[in-house]
Write a protein that binds this ligand. Structure first.
Ligand code: NAD
Ligand code: FE2
Length: 380
């Protein structure tokens, strides 16, 4: 790989069972916990609070999945009154992203003249938000999802404790696990890919393929949970440096309008986007450069990859098989969503996918017509 490469390291990562006792540095500080109601009800917040040294704690637990802007405003108001030294996000990508958006809001306020640290304890193995500069905030009433971006949003500390993901239900495990694979594969072929991001993407794909079905079948398998949790973080490190692609651009557009869980819509799109990026369609002639990259991943996974085309095709097929194994529907129609609901907003979806910041780092620059074809294919 030649040319300019940037890889930014900031987050201290600790991984392992019980490692959430890492917070000694918070002694005497004001710690604002950002989380969701389930984390409070299930006792996770209390378990973590019990591990904190003596400090002032305020809990904001109103985060909901795909966090809406208005809840961010509410959380920022509460935290502005509390004046935290540390924001401690506990939860899935939604809680961590909400904490990031609250942090950005606090930092922008003229009254905030002290530094605020960000620590993240992910409780799903999916978004990698604990190490990324991204936060996705939604405006449900307008059907929009906004990816925010900034090096200041990268957490200072990430605590990866596999014991905290043991309770994730199989369906959420499947969706979030496919998000991990989507992050790693998009990063691997993205225009910003480098030797550094490749290293994390390759390891993340290998760990996720080897462990996702194990965790899906037996959620109490701590070794497999650990591997998948680490894979999620590594995939986050990969795409944080390399960027994502059209898969996420489409997933934000469709998920924002039709309210499908982020990982599931990513998973449904992934075999289609791999085939599109590789140029596998019969009318395309020779395949595209991304095919060679997909073939390299296919070879690592032990799939047939004697040529770039064969490797990309076998990767796309393996992804479809994995989706089927995890009970993820092939199309929106199969998921019980009337494809007409897609048709009526098709042009909005095309525009949103093309305008999404993730689409800019896709290896193949899509036309509006190509995006429309992909939407029709996933609608069914
Ligand atoms: N910041 C990033 O870099 C980035 C990347 C990809 C996606 N995202 C965003 O992250 C959000 C999705 O995050 P997610 O997939 O982690 O899901 P989530 O945070 O929305 O959680 C999904 C559900 O699982 C529950 N849950 C979480 N942890 C659990 C546990 N340990 N046991 C049982 N239930 C648990 C939650 O309460 C929630 O109901 C979306 O808004 C998506 O757009 C962000
Ligand atoms: Fe994602």
């Amino acid at each position: 790989m030649t040319g300019f490469q940037r890889f930014f390291l900031k987050t201290e990562i600790v991984s392992g069972p019980g490692m959430y006792g890492r917070f000694g540095a918070f002694a005497g500080k004001r710690v604002g916990i950002i989380t969701d109601a389930f984390m409070v009800k299930s006792g996770v917040v209390d378990r973590i609070r019990a591990k904190l040294p003596p400090c002032e704690v305020e809990v904001f637990s109103q985060v909901v999945p795909e966090p809406p802007l208005q809840d961010v405003v509410k959380g920022a108001g509460r935290m502005a009154e509390f004046r935290p030294d540390v924001l401690l996000a506990i939860g899935g990508g939604s809680a961590i992203d909400a904490a990031k958006a609250i942090l950005a809001t606090l930092r922008e306020a003229a009254a905030t003249v002290w530094p605020i640290q960000l620590a993240a304890v992910p409780t799903t193995s999916g978004t990698g938000s604990e190490v990324t500069c991204y936060a996705v905030i939604s405006e449900p009433e307008r059907g929009l999802k906004h990816p925010l971006r900034g090096d200041g949003l990268v957490p200072d500390i990430a605590v990866l404790d596999p014991e905290l993901v043991l309770s994730v239900p199989a369906k959420v495990t499947a969706d979030t696990g496919m998000d991990v694979i989507t992050h790693a594969l998009e990063a691997y072929v993205a225009v910003g890919a480098s030797d550094f991001s490749d290293a994390f993407a390759e390891k993340a794909v290998s760990l996720a393929f080897a462990n996702l079905t194990r965790v899906f079948d037996d959620g109490s398998d701590l070794a497999a949970r650990t591997a998948l949790h680490n894979a999620s973080c590594m995939a986050g490190m990969a795409f944080n440096a390399a960027g994502l692609g059209l898969n996420h651009g489409l997933a934000h557009a469709i998920g924002g309008q039709l309210h499908i869980p982020h990982g599931r819509i990513n998973a449904m799109l992934l075999p289609l986007v791999v085939a599109y990026n590789a140029g596998l369609s019969a009318d395309f002639g020779s395949c595209l450069p991304a095919a060679g990259r997909y073939a390299a991943i296919a070879a690592r996974l032990g799939l047939e990859a004697s040529t770039p085309r064969a490797g990309a095709a076998s990767l796309a097929k393996a992804l479809s098989r994995l989706n089927e194994r995890l009970g993820i529907p092939v199309t929106l129609r199969a998921a019980g969503i009337d494809p007409a609901s897609c048709t009526s907003i098709e042009q909005d979806l095309v525009n949103a996918a093309l305008a999404d910041a993730c689409t800019a780092s896709n290896p193949r620059r899509p036309t509006a017509d190509e995006v429309r074809q992909l939407i029709r294919a996933v609608a069914g």
